[in-house]
Design a protein around this ligand. Structure first.
Ligand SMILES: *Cc1c(COP(=O)(O)O)cnc(C)c1O
Length: 339
């Protein structure tokens, strides 16, 4: 039996090359702006996405919440899809950190359009919260790794400009979206006011996310990060893992995508599977005939760990630490698997 952990792309461990990069990092006190590895990671990521500046933070939750704080005032409202991580999985932080309400849309696998957003922008009137921000997620976690192309985003960015709204990207898996669509990262800078990029998902770093925005916004973001308790000191050891990941783990994401494709095709042949969503990137969502909890127990008995995202829905996530022989093992297990 093999052990295969398909619960999340956050379960990866640093590779030997990444560990070396971390051990050899030049560090300083980042609250004083003196950690050269962090400064390099921030600038490298900003340049990559065509943004002016960046700030390194402990988590993607923090980079999203800092973005929301930078782009709203208390009593404002933001617009996002109902599956959005910022709404569902950040502990109510939109309300707590920013005193902002949330207008949820019903997108298709988490993907929303300018046509859906426009009627939900509140008129300027004392009755209504002021709509000030739109948040997109790319890829969409609960959508099963569904993604926007830059062409899909352009009309939304145009609408936001025309209406004076800010546009933030939850790019926890932005590199998966880029690998899928072939879009250039650099193209994102002109559409978004803020971008959150996770290093600890598919890129395989142990910790860290970068929030990208204009120089002026990042200046304020540094203050917000301190208030949120995210000002770190010699965290260049962590930033070095991020730089290593950007240099070595981006190209390989398409391997995860082809692994997801292989598993999705095999699942479609399983009698105990009711439905498989298209595997666009590194996530496979499927619905089970029997309760997901029963299926998860049986998979676990074969050494395969996964998560349920609904009573009859299971998620497989492919990542750096799932090797081709493990994918073969899962396929051969599924071929004889009975529920
Ligand atoms: C994982 C994730 C985040 C950030 O999560 P952290 O665990 O706080 O780093 C943000 N958005 C999406 C869509 C995610 O999947």
């Amino acid at each position: 039996m093999m052990n295969v952990d398909l619960r999340s792309d956050t379960v990866t461990k640093p590779t030997p090359g990444m560990m070396d990069a971390m051990m050899n990092a030049k560090v300083g006190d980042d609250v004083f702006g003196e950690d050269e590895t962090i400064n390099a990671l921030e600038q490298k990521t900003a340049d990559l996405f065509g943004m002016e500046a960046g700030i390194f933070c402990p988590s993607g939750t923090m980079t999203n919440q800092i973005g929301i704080k930078c782009f709203t005032q208390p009593l404002d409202e933001l617009i996002a899809d109902q599956t959005a991580h910022v709404y569902r999985y950040e502990g109510g932080g939109i309300a707590f950190n920013s005193s902002v309400s949330t207008r949820l849309l019903n997108g298709y696998r988490g993907i929303i359009t300018a046509e859906m957003i426009e009627p939900e922008i509140n008129a300027i009137n004392d009755h209504y919260p002021r709509t000030s921000l739109v948040v997109l997620e790319n890829t969409v976690n609960r959508g099963g790794g569904s993604c926007y192309t830059l062409n899909d985003i352009k009309p939304i960015a145009d609408l936001c400009k025309a209406k004076g709204l800010k546009l933030h990207l939850d790019g926890a898996r932005i590199f998966n979206a880029l690998a899928k669509t072939g879009d250039k990262a650099e193209g994102y800078g002109k559409y978004f006011d803020g971008i959150s990029v996770c290093l600890s998902k598919g890129l395989g770093a142990p910790v860290g996310s970068v929030f990208l925005a204009s120089k002026e916004t990042i200046k304020y973001a540094r203050r917000v990060r301190k208030v949120f308790g995210g000002g770190m000191r010699q965290a260049g050891f962590l930033a070095a893992a991020g730089i290593y990941a950007l240099d070595h783990h981006v190209e390989r994401l398409k391997i995860d995508h082809s692994h997801a494709q292989i598993l999705a095709e095999e699942l479609a042949n399983c009698g105990w599977v009711a439905n498989v969503l298209p595997a666009e990137t590194n996530i496979v969502l499927f619905d089970t005939v029997e309760p997901a909890a029963i299926v998860l127990d049986k998979l676990a008995a074969h050494g395969i760990k996964a998560l349920s995202t609904g009573p009859n829905r299971i998620r497989f996530v492919l990542h750096l630490d799932v090797h081709p022989d493990q994918v073969e093992y899962v396929v051969s297990t599924l071929k004889t698997f009975e529920v």
